[in-house]
Design a protein around this ligand. Structure first.
Ligand SMILES: Nc1ncnc2c1ncn2[C@@H]1O[C@H](COP(=O)(O)OP(=O)(O)OP(=O)(O)O)[C@@H](O)[C@H]1O
Ligand SMILES: [Mg+2]
Length: 479
């Protein structure tokens, strides 16, 4: 068997599994997480831009930070166009100014088909593979390959289903299915498998169905209009469709999107496609990747496949070291490269693994390749808006005065700390039997939980009574 044929077969298998999973399991899981859990960025539903890419003050869960959102909008447009590869963007700003939030906004605004991969810089060091392999995998997860496939289907209105049961009561059933379009009518022989799926789908005369010729999958499109008056007892959800026109057999184009990484994994001999589900992919040989790149560009030339550069988001990028940065430099130059978005809250600091200092802890040669978006701290009005969105998201009621106090806390300590107080104050309020969080609830949780500056203050006062205390540790290396 030639490599080409084998590769294609494996891809088809993966696609089949992929489509099956997306069709049945994945949406359910997503829905459940969306309903039950509230994450730090669950209120962000996009970048909140209008058609002219102008940011609205409050929209899609996003508040203020207009300049950065405007810039992110332009990047988003670039990504959607899909023609630009290997661009890198850095979002830089103080902690809690919405860098991660903006990246999530971009992810939400991308279509279903555009891959978005997010990793934290520190993840690279904790995986059981080399740093550059982990980065390669992340890069290739962010590149989509849209593969077009033609399948043959039979589409028609069921005229009659006739099933012959064997006289003995056991043995295989056989039968006949008559289908018609407005122009023709044909009788098909049925095997036991088809009979089973027909009865599982409860197909009856008058239904309009499609049958996938390759897989035998039956899809019920609805009931034919001509049968609309046949039965009185029909559910309200019954859908009526026209009897199909033309030939019974049709060709239909199906499009699947997989990532380059998925193709890599199923073709790496040592792991096999099951590794995709277990996440245990190991290191993938560079020859495999080269072969796949060649194959994919061949498909591209033949018009069978299309490349969709997606987005790779590396948060806390200052955690990467020299080796990773030089890998990024090179990877960005490949034409199979996604748009890279990075975020950092560091100022001028040591580049990890060296003694050199550099802005954001990123080497100058990489910085030179980046376009940088800056975020700035929020005003009082914006802080208030963000807190308001957050308490609505967390389903907590807050009185006006409590919100004012919380906003003050947000400005004087940090936005994150104020956000943390919402749910804790909600619990305190519920415990005292209240329905709306009042100023005293906020006061109570403020005294129960320390913010960063009060905590440091406390440590300074009482450090003598802590274990392993070293006064000199004040100059601790935090890079
Ligand atoms: N403009 C905004 N609109 C709505 N919510 C925001 C906005 N900016 C920040 N937030 C929310 O405030 C919290 C802190 O923001 P975020 O995590 O994005 O900060 P960050 O800049 O990534 O900080 P760090 O440097 O510490 O990683 C998050 O819950 C985020 O969703
Ligand atoms: Mg962040």
């Amino acid at each position: 068997m030639t490599i080409k044929k084998k590769l294609f077969e494996i891809i088809c298998l993966l696609l089949f599994l992929h489509v099956k999973m997306t069709a049945t399991k994945v949406p359910e899981v997503r829905d459940i997480t969306r309903i039950e859990r509230i994450g730090a960025h669950s209120h962000i539903r996009g970048l909140g831009l209008d058609d002219a890419l102008e940011p609205r003050q409050v929209c899609q869960g996003m508040v203020g930070q207009l300049a950065a959102r405007r810039a992110a909008g332009i990047i988003l447009e670039m990504i959607k166009d899909g023609h630009i590869a290997g661009r890198a963007v850095l979002i830089a700003g103080q902690p809690g100014t919405g860098k991660t939030a903006i990246a999530m906004g971009i992810a939400q605004s991308l279509g279903q088909d555009t891959p978005f991969t997010a990793i934290a810089g520190s993840e690279i060091f904790s995986l059981e593979m080399s740093k550059t392999e982990a980065l390669s995998q992340a890069f290739r997860k962010a590149i989509g390959v849209r593969i077009k496939e033609e399948t043959e289907i039979i589409e028609g209105e069921v005229v009659e289903i006739q099933i012959d049961r064997p006289a003995t009561g056991t043995g295989t059933k056989v039968g006949k299915l008559t289908l018609k379009t407005t122009e023709m009518e044909t009788i098909y022989d049925l095997g036991s498998k088809m009979i089973e799926s027909l009865s599982k789908e409860r197909v009856q005369a008058g239904d309009v169905i499609t049958i996938d010729k390759a897989t035998g999958k039956i899809n019920k499109l609805g009931r034919s209009f001509t049968r609309a008056r046949d039965y009185d007892a029909m559910g309200a959800q019954t859908q009526f469709v026209q009897c199909p026109e033309g030939e019974l057999q049709k060709r239909k184009e199906v499009v699947h999107t997989v990532s380059l990484h998925e193709i890599d994994v199923i073709n790496s001999r040592t792991q096999g496609f099951l590794a995709l589900f277990s996440g245990d992919t190991g290191e993938i040989k560079s020859e495999v990747r080269e072969q796949i790149n060649a194959k994919v560009s061949e498909w591209r030339e033949e018009g069978k496949a299309e490349i969709i550069p997606g987005v790779l988001f590396i948060d806390e990028v200052h955690m990467l070291d020299m080796e990773c940065f030089s890998f990024l430099n090179r990877a960005l130059e490949s034409d199979l490269s996604p748009v890279l978005i990075m975020a950092t809250n560091r100022g001028i600091t040591r580049i990890r693994g060296t003694n050199y200092q550099s802005p954001h802890g990123i080497p100058i040669d990489l910085l030179d390749r980046l376009i940088i978006i800056a975020t700035s701290p929020y005003s009082e009005k914006e802080t208030r808006q963000i807190l308001k969105i957050r308490y609505e998201e967390e389903d907590v009621e807050l009185s006006e005065e409590a919100l004012t106090v919380l906003t003050r806390i947000g400005l004087e300590t940090s936005l994150r700390y104020a956000i943390q107080l919402i749910s804790t104050a909600g619990v305190v309020c519920r415990k005292r039997g209240g329905t709306e969080v009042q100023v005293e609830d906020i006061k109570r949780v403020y005294s129960l939980f320390l913010d960063e500056s009060r905590s440091s203050q406390y440590m300074k006062e009482y450090q003598d009574s802590f274990l392993f205390n070293e006064t000199q540790a004040a100059q601790m290396d935090t890079s």
